[in-house]
Design a protein around this ligand. Structure first.
Ligand SMILES: [Fe+2]
Ligand SMILES: [Fe+2]
Length: 170
């Protein structure tokens, strides 16, 4: 195993966090689906898939470095929200928490002189900048829109289309 045991433990905890984020985003997508806001629902179903990919990046990295990934038991998801802003605020809090978790794993990897892990984690450091930014923008848009959530639907549709176009161009 070329990475350090303390880093392996922290990455396994992060696998739980990323799968947890994935499940929680499905719950938020369901809230928007039930509110007949399909673009917001699509945004969070897509976020859910991304979080699953994040978890799987850790799984594959641990396997590649000779460590053992552990699939966690999970519970404690939130399934009800009073309004759109509350659901997105909850999502933003989750992204900020994950950002702190990623920073913490980087700190552990540096303390352990585990530079393979430091390098691997750099992608997540950048990703969290994007995730916090996009969730903050969505929350601001919802607050500006007030009760006119169809305006937010329009914003989300354009955001998703731009993202698909950017990914297609890679
Ligand atoms: Fe993530
Ligand atoms: Fe995320």
């Amino acid at each position: 195993m070329i990475i350090k045991p303390k880093v392996v433990d922290a990455m396994n905890a992060q696998i739980k966090s990323e799968f947890g984020a994935s499940q929680q985003y499905i719950a938020i997508a369901i809230y928007f689906d039930e509110e007949a806001l399909p673009d917001l629902a699509a945004f969070f179903y897509e976020q859910s898939l991304e979080e699953r990919e994040h978890a799987m990046k850790f799984v594959h990295f641990l396997l590649e470095t000779g460590a053992k990934p552990l699939i966690p038991n999970m519970s404690g998801f939130r399934n009800s929200f009073d309004n759109a802003a509350e659901a997105v605020e909850f999502a933003l809090e989750q992204e900020i928490r994950v950002t702190n978790e990623i920073n913490n794993i980087v700190r552990i990897a540096k303390e352990e002189d585990d530079y393979a892990s430091v390098n691997f984690l750099q992608w997540f450091v950048d990703e969290q900048v994007e995730e916090v930014d996009s969730m903050t923008s969505l929350l601001q848009t919802i607050k500006h829109a007030g009760s006119s959530l169809l305006l937010v639907e329009d914003y989300v549709r354009r955001t998703l289309a731009a993202r698909v176009a950017a990914e297609g161009g890679e």
